[in-house]
Design a binder for this molecule. Structure first.
Ligand SMILES: Cc1cc2nc3c(=O)[nH]c(=O)nc-3n(C[C@H](O)[C@H](O)[C@H](O)COP(=O)(O)OP(=O)(O)OC[C@H]3O[C@@H](n4cnc5c(N)ncnc54)[C@H](O)[C@@H]3O)c2cc1C
Length: 322
């Protein structure tokens, strides 16, 4: 199966393509001659940026009139593919809507899906995927052997987003066929999580706290330090499970993948499931009282000490400089 054309499922938020959409377009550009995007809602207003990152065409499913995207978007894509406009591969963000579209598209096309993809390479005319397994300790490789299109659900931060300088993508409407009763679910309300600083998975600095903080109230110093560094606060799963912070703060295998310029781990042991979500950070600083803690195996700078002493000193020093 030669890879001539790839579709990327494009998502937008606040009138801009999401970062993972731009990451997938960048990856697709290096793998196929033609890259096209498929999106919905206000995606047409993103045609210029999608083009800058490599999409020549934007297939626009349009306004979904309050529907959950999964049903109409998968139906529209499947209908176009069955009518003959089939790409060789479809890259889908590992997001709630992306996973929904992937599952439904898989059923409609009777094609399997490769999920949790963290790497993609063109090998022998097809695509070879990489999947982090055993908490990121091993990498498994896979590829499709049957007919296309191959469906790939890709995790955020698997690729760096880089613009190529292309012109705006040409917008082409993609019709939604009748979806019957399955299309009747409606979005009634949206809850936007309150946040003051940058988003965890887009922040340049991430300060994460773990069980070593001792109790919930001590997490306030993590938030203060993150704020002073204009970064985002993060967490290990241990303190999310303990109810100290919401799940949206969790970094790791079952949380968010982050790749900031600086990742500061405070009182985190460095279990493989945590490391897989942050070891791609450019500079890792760890504070832990146990000099044998596994977090030090990935740290560029390790401080063997008590978080309750080191973090307040750090806060004091930063305040003294500003
Ligand atoms: C399927 C699966 C998925 C998982 N997914 C994730 C995930 O996405 N993210 C994640 O984080 N975990 C995940 N986990 C859990 C993971 O295995 C660990 O249990 C968890 O990361 C531990 O969190 P922690 O480092 O905060 O706590 P601990 O492992 O208890 O470590 C606390 C650390 O704090 C240090 N410490 C204690 N007191 C102090 C002090 N005063 N000053 C300095 N250091 C101190 C200790 O030396 C220790 O190293 C997953 C587990 C499973 C099985």
């Amino acid at each position: 199966m030669a890879i001539d054309k790839i579709w990327v499922l494009a998502e937008s938020a606040d009138g801009k393509p999401t970062t993972i959409t731009l990451e997938l377009l960048t990856a697709a550009r290096s793998l196929a001659g033609t890259v096209e995007a498929v999106g919905w809602g206000d995606i047409a207003s993103c045609a210029a940026t999608l083009g800058e990152y490599g999409a020549t065409t934007l297939h626009d499913v349009g306004d979904l009139a309050g529907s959950l995207p999964g049903v109409p978007v998968a139906a529209a894509m499947a209908a176009a593919i069955q009518a003959g406009d089939a790409p060789d591969a479809i890259l889908i963000p590992a997001t709630y809507d992306g996973r929904d579209v992937a599952g439904r598209l898989s059923v409609r096309l009777d094609r399997p899906v490769l999920t949790n993809v963290v790497g993609l390479a063109a090998v022998d005319g097809g695509l070879e995927t990489e999947h982090a397994i055993f908490g990121g300790a091993q990498v498994a490789k896979a590829r499709f052997t049957g007919d296309g299109p191959g469906l790939f659900v890709v995790r955020a931060k698997s690729f760096a987003a880089e613009a190529s300088g292309g012109g705006p993508a040409a917008v082409s409407p993609l019709a939604v066929p009748d979806t019957g009763a399955s299309g009747s679910a409606r979005v009634l309300a949206r809850h936007v999580e309150e946040r003051t600083g940058p988003k965890l998975d887009e922040a340049d600095v991430v300060v994460s706290g773990g069980r070593g903080l001792g109790d919930k109230d001590h997490y306030a110093m993590i938030e203060e330090l993150a704020g002073l560094l204009k970064g985002a606060p993060g967490a290990s799963r241990a303190i999310v499970d303990a109810g100290w912070v919401p799940y949206a703060y969790q970094v790791g295998q079952t949380g968010k993948t982050v790749k900031p310029t600086v990742y500061l781990a405070c009182g985190i042991s460095g279990a493989t499931q945590h490391l897989v979500g942050m070891k791609g950070s450019k500079n890792i600083v760890a504070i832990n009282k146990d000099q044998d803690a596994p977090i030090f195996s990935v740290a560029d700078l390790g401080v063997v000490g008590d978080v309750h002493k080191v973090v307040p000193k750090l806060i004091e020093a930063i305040k003294a400089r500003s």
